[in-house]
Design a protein around this ligand. Structure first.
Ligand SMILES: NC(=O)c1ccc[n+]([C@@H]2O[C@H](COP(=O)([O-])OP(=O)(O)OC[C@H]3O[C@@H](n4cnc5c(N)ncnc54)[C@H](OP(=O)(O)O)[C@@H]3O)[C@@H](O)[C@H]2O)c1
Length: 255
């Protein structure tokens, strides 16, 4: 699989989507372990709050859907650090959408930030990692990408595709010394889930999610999914034939 990452002291980590939620908590947890961290997202003030008290941390604010802004930030980071050890893609957006609410403009925005942007950015990182002789990529997808779920008519497909992208990258890059990690969280209490008007099973804090991710890097596998008390049921559902799967999801969600 991937070589474990256990010692964070001095490790150069770029967390994209770090102005709130899971990315912010992960950046703070890594700073606490001595990593050199650059945080990115669109809101510069929020990024500065995340790294307050860590004068060595870097802030690079940009919109990930703007590829030229990303490559400029990448070049500045390479000039400052020389080498990038790990890039975490946590930027993303959610919009609840039932089948009859599908909207082309909203679908396009979700695909852009959840899928096209991390794929395009990754395309510019791989030559860099090959040249520097190693590196690691981590993609925050979602258990919503495992199979079709109610309200996820646009979000779910973006995450399913991101999972497939990470799997494909791992096949190609692991033999070339580049690690690819996949992060599939269940429900995490962040601005993204704040408007959910249903009970979120096994809800965890962003800090708990960050600790799960750090534990996943230390195990050195491929996929990190958590919390297990929730995700192991979803793993099981994933194996069921469609007739049973649809019946159980309809019963469980009231859809
Ligand atoms: N919360 C959950 O239950 C849950 C479950 C499974 C998976 N996830 C995934 O986890 C990841 C993090 O989500 P979260 O829950 O931590 O939500 P969040 O707090 O809303 O964080 C989303 C992050 O993405 C950034 N972002 C959004 N659009 C961007 C853009 N165009 N360019 C650059 N950055 C952008 C946001 O910052 P700016 O607004 O400052 O740009 C923010 O830092 C997402 O990929 C999400 O799909 C979340």
């Amino acid at each position: 699989m991937n070589p474990p990452i256990r010692d964070w002291a001095g490790r150069r980590v770029w967390v994209i989507g770090a102005s709130s939620g899971i990315g912010a908590a992960l950046a703070q947890a890594l700073l606490g372990r001595g990593a050199r961290v650059t945080v990115s997202a669109r809101r510069e003030d929020a990024l500065r709050d995340v790294v307050a008290g860590h004068p060595g941390a870097r802030v690079a604010a940009f919109d990930l859907t703007d590829l030229s802004a990303f490559t400029q930030a990448r070049d500045e980071l390479c000039a400052a650090w020389g080498v990038i050890d790990l890039v975490v893609f946590s930027a993303g957006a959610y919009a609840a959408m039932r089948a009859w609410e599908l909207d082309a403009a909203k679908i396009g925005r979700l695909i852009d930030i959840n899928l096209t942007a991390p794929m395009a950015a990754t395309a510019t990182l791989i030559p860099l990692f090959l040249q520097q002789g190693g590196g690691a990529l981590a993609f925050v997808a979602s258990v919503a990408g495992y199979r079709g779920l109610p309200k996820a008519a646009a979000y779910g497909p973006t995450k399913a595709a991101l999972i497939n992208f990470a799997e494909t990258l791992h096949l190609d890059l692991a033999p070339r010394g580049i690690s690819v990690f996949l992060v599939n969280p269940g429900f995490v209490e962040t601005p993204m889930t704040a408007d959910n008007n249903f009970r979120m099973p096994a809800l965890i804090s962003p800090q708990q999610a960050a600790e799960e991710i750090i534990a996943g890097f230390a195990r050195g596998g491929f996929e990190m999914h958590f919390p297990r008390r929730f995700t192991r049921w979803l793993k099981l559902l994933r194996l069921l034939p469609y007739r049973l799967y649809f019946a159980l999801v309809r019963r469980g969600t009231g859809a």
